[in-house]
Ligand binder design. Structure first.
Ligand code: DMJ
Length: 673
């Protein structure tokens, strides 16, 4: 630094110098000096010796090189990043190859509605059928064969292959599956293990769209024609005097309202489809399209509107493939959801579907056990169809909660549950009749609907049937009919509701699905009893409730009827069980018993001007005392089960593909056999 400060006295300034990069001063006075300070000084001196131009050129060169360096670093960085990422992707792809490949086979249509959880469950997308060119319309036996069958078969075949591949992969993943054994009932390994996810992936198509090879229609027989005639007669009364209202009052030629939602019409939609009543169906469809409005300030019962309206709309959607019914189902489903907003999440009994408010009955904060546990098939299916998991979540939670509750007696449940505490109330009374009946039915049916994977449902069902055997079965005198009584605080009562006659059919369905063979034996015994509840009565029609004689008394039959119980509401349960028994055994006596019942309905409950009526006295053939009301389930259930009972076409609502809700509305089994 001192040297430069004295530059004026230094050597004369040269105007230019040539740039010499050689070590000019490495050999100089003093010899070799390579100290850092010397080198710094020497470089600086050299720099100062350069002209401004030279310095500018050098600076420019440096600047230029620096810019080039930055540019090439950035682009190399990108290249490097992509190389790094690619190798990560490669690693992931290798791990996921089987799943990803199978989740997106070319034959599958693009998802209609994306779901946040899609990526977690690619396998579910495989359950979706390919988009087919043709959607069936019109009642089943009036249908024309679907066109382009070859294409359809091929497409479906390809899809099935993709599914099989997936199943192979899935099987490898889930090697150790437990076998459930329940006192003699052994469930195949592939039917057991974890419950299905509540996360719903993609909306499903109606089952009618999936229907493949349609075989020649099986001709309708005489007895089925008699059912069609009965239906038409009932429908005439409804159409003439109660169109668009809840129930027909056939004697007064008017109607009654319960919810004001055209209950009979909706309940009857899928029956018309199954019976092939195309004209009637189309007319009813128009009413649904133009006049069915749920935005109404009206209180509806959650259970009744779920099984009749939601269930009826969903099954009609599946049978017809007509999206109108799904839209309506979504609407009512959403409007029923406020019922689940309770402290315990056990739903309230009533919902105002216009206001979106819900409440328990006026006198209590209890709900009925059968009601809160018999809405699951419908809400679960609604989730599957819409891709919105909230419906299934709400009802699954109720089942899970009830599963854990104390207060059961060998699997038998009390009749009431509190919506605040979530606990059973009125403990100690056990029945398979009113207020508990369909709890048992839906345990089995949900298990079947979900592909036989939800073990808790099966456990609860099997335990309950053991409870029935242990506490509720007795034999009557003189015919030694096995019946299902009731238990009240340890005391057995020989009382049996007609409602209990759903049980033989449910037991038979369970046995058909691999449960204990003795369930079928019990079903055979119990259906005989239910038949006797008709056969031993003067009109050949069952009363609402019977009491069985436990002791032989001269001149007494097995069945006793109290004056308050001798009404008949045109209920379906016995005919329902006859249908299952005939399907699974082929024994024609079940058809004959059903035929007798139909004739007696015609004899004692048919109103000449149209419609059928409930009666007050099944013991008085000369005056059964008509009540002036046709319940919606007569068209929704009783006549439908009659028609199916008389049919020899096992594919007319195949029981390996469909599960009936408790109002006889068939919904698809998610993993059909
Ligand atoms: C119907 O609404 C249903 O079958 C319900 O499960 C019981 N009551 C009637 C028929 O009896």
């Amino acid at each position: 630094a001192a040297m430069y400060s004295g530059a004026a006295a230094g050597p004369p300034r040269r105007d230019f110098i040539s740039v010499t990069l050689g070590p000019e001063e490495t050999v100089g006075v003093g010899g070799y000096n390579n100290s850092k300070a010397w080198r710094r000084r020497s470089c600086w001196r050299k720099w100062k010796q350069l002209s401004r131009l030279q310095r500018s050129v050098i600076l420019f060169l440096f600047a230029f090189l620096a810019v080039c360096g930055v540019i090439s670093y950035t682009s190399m960085g990108e290249a490097w990043k992509s190389i790094t990422n690619k190798s990560l992707d490669d690693q992931r792809t290798e791990q996921e190859i089987p799943r990803l490949k199978l989740a997106n086979p070319a034959v599958l249509p693009a998802p209609q509605k994306a779901d946040a959880n899609h990526g977690d469950y690619p396998e579910l997308s495989l359950q979706k059928p390919p988009k087919l060119p043709h959607v069936r319309r019109g009642p089943s036996n009036l249908q024309i064969k679907a066109p382009q069958r070859d294409t359809r078969v091929k497409t479906r075949h390809d899809t099935m292959r993709a599914v099989e591949e997936l199943v192979k992969v899935d099987k490898v993943e889930k090697t150790e599956k437990s076998i459930i054994s329940w006192r003699g009932a052994v469930i195949e390994p592939d039917q057991s293990t974890e419950p299905p996810s509540t996360k719903i992936m993609e909306p499903e198509k109606p089952s009618s769209v999936e229907a493949e090879d349609q075989k020649e229609p099986v001709p309708i027989n005489e007895r089925q024609l008699a059912v069609i005639e009965a239906f038409r007669h009932a429908w005439k009364g409804y159409k003439d005097f109660a169109w668009g209202h809840d129930e027909l009052k056939p004697l007064s030629k008017s109607y009654s309202e319960w919810f004001g939602l055209g209950l009979t019409l909706i309940d009857a939609l899928d029956t018309m489809w199954i019976l092939g009543l195309k004209e009637e169906f189309e007319e009813a469809r128009k009413w649904v399209a133009n006049d069915l409005v749920f935005d109404k300030n009206v209180d509806v019962n959650l259970f009744e509107s779920t099984i009749r309206i939601l269930g009826g709309l969903l099954s009609t959607y599946h049978l017809s493939g007509d999206s109108l019914f799904l839209e309506k189902a979504k609407d009512i489903g959403n409007r029923l959801m406020p019922a689940f907003k309770t402290p315990s999440k056990v739903p309230y009994s009533d919902v105002n579907i216009g206001r979106g408010t819900a409440h328990p009955p006026r006198w209590t904060s209890d709900s009925t056990v059968a009601e809160v546990t018999s809405i699951q098939l419908e809400f679960r299916e609604l989730s599957r169809l819409t891709g919105d998991e909230k419906f299934q979540k709400a009802v699954d939670e109720v089942m899970k909660h009830v599963h854990t509750l104390s207060g059961k007696n060998d699997g038998l449940v009390p009749m009431f549950i509190n919506t605040n505490s979530g606990q059973f109330t009125h403990l100690g009374v056990y029945t398979l009749g009113a207020r508990a009946d369909s709890y048992y039915e839906y345990l089995l049916k949900q298990w079947i609907q979900g592909g036989k994977k939800e073990n808790e449902l099966l456990e609860d069902y099997m335990r309950a049937i053991e409870g029935v055997k242990k506490h509720l079965l007795q034999r009557s005198e003189p015919k030694k009919l096995t019946f299902v009584g009731e238990l009240a605080h340890g005391h057995f009562s020989a009382k049996m509701d007609h409602l209990v006659c759903f049980l033989p059919g449910t037991l038979a369905l369970g046995a058909h699905n691999g449960l204990a063979a003795d369930h079928m034996k019990l079903a055979e015994t119990l259906i005989e009893t239910c038949y006797q509840m008709y056969a031993q009565v003067e009109t050949g029609l069952s009363p609402e409730i019977v009491h069985f004689n436990l002791h032989a008394q001269k001149g007494h039959k097995d069945v006793e009827i109290k004056p308050a119980d001798r009404h008949n509401l045109l209920r379906p349960e016995t005919v329902e069980s006859l249908f299952y028994m005939y399907r699974f055994t082929g024994d024609k006596k079940y058809q004959d018993w059903g035929w007798e019942i139909l004739q007696n309905f015609n004899k004692y409950t048919r109103v000449p001007t149209g419609g059928y009526t409930s009666i007050n006295n099944v013991q008085n053939p000369s005056n059964p005392e008509p009540r002036d009301k046709m319940e919606s389930f007569f068209l929704g259930e009783t006549l439908k089960y009659m028609f199916l009972l008389f049919s020899d076409d096992i594919d007319l609502i195949n029981l390996d593909k469909y599960i009936f809700n408790t109002e006889a509305h068939p919904l698809p089994i998610w993993v059909p056999a």
